[in-house]
Design a binder for this molecule. Structure first.
Ligand code: PRF
Ligand code: ZN
Length: 377
């Protein structure tokens, strides 16, 4: 299929699986590896669109489940799609609802046909099938859509996991067929590889999905309680099965060390609520580890959050000031730390990309980890 979402490989790292490239969409071309800020409810919490552009965000993520529940995809469709609704002219990736089914554990029930949800706001019963998920994403007119998948807990036994993987493949195919009927020409659909920590099932999932020709491939079911080594191992044997000419997206991973180690294992795109979530309780990601601004030691610290950061927050405000904002429950504090954290990760990906181009990714990793407080390999 000639998808409107394409991947252009620029350089493969000679010593790792890392790649520098570009993702091409009808709303512009963006460099990878990249980190996508999460705007669950069609807003990256406390950030204006101008903020997002100035910190260098490319694609942002919005959740299908949340838009479906409120305000409803029809409202968004009437507005002219998500881009018009939220006035964001760069690409939007929508997650399918599979993860919400997993995280709203007591509010759902699975069958082959789909997932019965209890609307987490009104309590009404709602039904999400692979077809409904795609139709809603078509109405939202996102640029990159996800297939509805089943996220089993990482340590589920082989039998259970095999059932989830096989159903995920059947659901991916149903979603693809739906998209052929109701999709818009600027939209690309990704399949999501599942399989937990079972190598044969990860491989089966990756092979099933690559035989179906999606616009790109997501890796799901990670960062759900397994160790970092386990996640890295899964990535090491999964990405080599994925086609080289399509983008790979590791879902819901957002610590600096995991981003670098994911790139080294062949991942192009990441997203996570982490930078904005921890910002809301005053935690900043910095080159020297986390800074918890409520800590008393910052009371009279007039240095920036991160001395090595040149973001707007770090160029203009001190730790003491930001601490005072948090102590007084002033909302500017949340905004300043959110901006810094998102800048930190988007900037990190730009540095990693440059390191790939300069052939010194492993040296970059070593130096970064030492400063950051990780000495592990
Ligand atoms: N599936 C979907 N969304 C996700 C995940 C997944 O496995 C994850 C797992 N880290 C985050 N978001 N559909
Ligand atoms: Zn900063």
């Amino acid at each position: 299929m000639d998808w409107p979402i394409k991947y252009r490989l620029e350089k493969k790292d000679s010593r790792t699986l890392a790649r520098a490239g570009e993702i091409v969409t009808t709303r512009g071309t963006y460099q990878t590896p990249m980190f996508m800020p999460v705007g669950t409810q069609a807003t990256v919490k406390s950030m204006s669109n101008g903020d997002l552009k100035s910190l260098g965000a490319g694609i942002i993520l919005v959740n299908t489940y949340h838009m479906w529940v409120r305000p409803g995809e029809n409202v968004v469709k009437k507005a002219g799609g998500l881009h018009q609704f939220m006035n964001w002219d760069q690409p939007i990736l929508t997650d399918s609802g599979g993860f919400q089914a997993f995280s709203l554990a007591d509010l759902r029930n699975f069958t082959e046909e789909g997932i019965k949800f209890k609307n987490h706001l009104s309590g009404d019963e709602m039904f999400m099938s692979p077809e409904v998920s795609i139709k809603v994403q078509n109405d939202l007119d996102s640029d990159i859509m996800m297939s509805l998948d089943i996220l089993e807990p990482f340590y589920s036994d082989h039998d259970q996991m095999k059932k989830a993987v096989e159903r995920t493949s059947r659901w991916a195919e149903r979603g693809l067929n739906q998209h052929l009927k109701t999709g818009l020409p600027d939209q690309g659909l990704f399949g999501i590889v599942q399989g937990g920590g079972h190598r044969d099932l990860r491989e089966q999932s990756a092979r099933d999905l690559t035989s179906m020709d999606f616009a790109g491939y997501s890796i799901g079911g990670l960062s759900v309680g397994e160790t970092k080594d386990e996640m890295n191992e899964v990535l090491s044997y999964t990405t080599p099965i994925l086609p080289e000419n399509k983008p790979r997206y590791l879902m819901g991973v957002g610590t600096a060390d995991s981003l670098i180690d994911g790139v080294i294992r062949g991942v192009d795109i990441f997203d996570c609520v982490l930078p904005t979530r921890i910002a809301r309780n005053g935690t900043a990601m910095t080159h020297h580890g986390r800074v918890v601004i409520k800590n008393a030691k910052y009371h009279e610290d007039f240095s920036p959050l991160d001395l090595e950061c040149d973001c707007d927050t770090c160029r203009n405000y001190s730790r003491a000031y930001i601490r005072s904002l948090f102590s007084n429950h002033e909302i500017l504090g949340i905004r300043l730390v959110s901006y810094h954290n998102l800048y930190f990760l988007t900037h990190l990906m730009r540095q990693v990309r440059q390191a790939i181009l300069d052939d010194n990714l492993l040296e970059f990793r070593q130096e970064f980890f030492e400063k950051y407080g990780f000495n592990k390999k």
